[in-house]
Design a protein around this ligand. Sequence first.
Ligand SMILES: [Zn+2]
Length: 402
Amino acid sequence: MIVFEFKAKGKTTQYAAIDEAIRTFQFVRNKCIRYWMDNRGAGQKQLYRHNTALRAEYPFVKALNSHASQVAVERAYTAIARFYDNCKKQIPGKKGYPQFQKNNRSVEYKTSGWSLSPNRKQITFTDKKGIGKLKIKGTWDLNFYQIDQIKRVRLVSRADGYYVQFLVKADVKVDIKPTGKTIGLDVGIKEFYTDSNGHTEPNPKFYRTSEKRLKFHQRRVQRKVQGSTNRKKAINKLGRVHLKISRRREEHAKKVARCVIQSNDLVAYEDLRIKNLVKNHCLAKSINDAGWYQFRKWLEYFGTKFGRVTVAVNPRLTSAECSNCGAVVKKSLSVRTHACQCGFVLDRDWNAAINILNLALGTTGHVGTWVLDPNASGDSTSTHTGEILCEQVGSMNEESPP
Ligand SMILES: [Zn+2]
């Protein structure tokens, strides 16, 4: 899927209608979670049935396009399924018990409930939420695609306005020549990543300045009186700062990922979802975390696009093991150098990157590339190398700092 995003232009009343549709979408999702909590073991089918009941009971649910309502059920079910999945795999720490959503920001339609104008510069929402016709502004050209290639349409609310996203099913594969090279990446806090050749990619400078700006605006929000107009303004300003930072981060992640993918046939990195559960998190900065997730997402996206193999390996022992002899050399996070009894001494992250690559090469039987929707929020497909993961997560807390 490729995602095209446009800014939506309409009247204030239309924006209010979008907000209302988004609230309804959240309402259905949360009602399904509630239903599941009250009827443990309820499957997707029962949730769909519950949705039908909701539509009969609440006129405002009925006003939302029926397929959009179904997507809300699917979202609820994804949260439930993920929870079951985490329990089954015995992931350490929190298992992600499904939560009620409080500030959902989007509503998703399938192939009905909307229509595009012939020149594809306007979209009309035809359900009974009253959104009506919106102008869409952006640099993409939708004329390039058939209408039936558009599988989903999302309305997204952000601090600086409303957006329409089109999820288009298209083959984006591009053939490029093999490079004969493989690489392992160790993402860190100090550096953006260190690779198995010893190259370090520094964190972009704006990471540090962003952190300061965010803190400044967060404090401003805290200083204003609860519920006041000034507080609302400060919150909006904070939201805009967040947006700006995340867009820059995204650009950076995308640029670096494209470069790495184009110059290697196989790219290995750690399964960060697990890594973050394991490592001491107080040390890590939220901006780095978000950056890595985006980086991985783009690695997988470009991997698919250029036909490269991407492998997410289990992070267990990647920084402890000696890449020369395989002995386990435990070290706290503050120890920056790997020094083994076999005489092998190397920068800690470089050693880890080599291990990551070796792990990936040793398990290539499990490897595949995954089609990811690079702009999807949250529920991205997790990729890892087969069974090893499930067996080992139970004992992964070994590399904790002192
Ligand atoms: Zn060694």
